[in-house]
Ligand binder design. Sequence first.
Ligand SMILES: CC(C)(COP(=O)(O)OP(=O)(O)OC[C@H]1O[C@@H](n2cnc3c(N)ncnc32)[C@H](O)[C@@H]1OP(=O)(O)O)[C@@H](O)C(=O)NCCC(=O)NCCS
Length: 162
Amino acid sequence: MIEFHDEDARDSRAVYRAVSSAFGRSAEAELIEALRKAADSIISLVADEDGEIVGHVLLSRMNAPFPALALAPVSVIPTRQRRGIGSTLIKLAVNRARNGGWAAIFVLGDPNYYQRFGFEREAAAGFTSPYAGPHFMTLKLSQSLSASTGELGHPRAFAALD
Ligand SMILES: CC(C)(COP(=O)(O)OP(=O)(O)OC[C@H]1O[C@@H](n2cnc3c(N)ncnc32)[C@H](O)[C@@H]1OP(=O)(O)O)[C@@H](O)C(=O)NCCC(=O)NCCS
């Protein structure tokens, strides 16, 4: 049985392993460690299958004209992919952000994947960011965002990721 819950201190090593396994390298797992250390990690959820961490999603604090979070990374270990775990993690994280009063979530990724959760390229197009481009999207959580343009800053730890 799979349970979804907040990451707790005991999960961090298993999260590191699961994320490294999903990406086939440790850079994204290191990013999570750095975001945690800098206290930029805001929402961190795990998928726990009978005590094994098989998936993880992280939302971290951005600098933006309104309260905004960056969605990254999302990870599901290879043997558990394509069973809806990634989608469930993203939907739960989005709901958590909405309930927490955050106004928007930004993501850099494949539009074919993220559009199904409501992320839009057009809505992100007015913002300035090192990640701006065809893969940069946003999901508005507040009906009345205070701005559709402006400068965005990701947490410093993202700069280490290629
Ligand atoms: C991307 C990832 C988190 C998806 O998790 P998942 O549990 O396999 O996804 P789900 O089962 O919820 O959804 C499967 C759907 O996502 C699509 N999908 C999976 N990975 C995708 C990717 N990298 N790009 C585009 N679409 C993808 C599949 O085509 C499938 O769509 P379909 O059902 O219409 O065929 C997982 O494949 C993973 O960890 N990949 C490696 C790490 C990664 O690339 N993370 C995303 C960037 S941060």
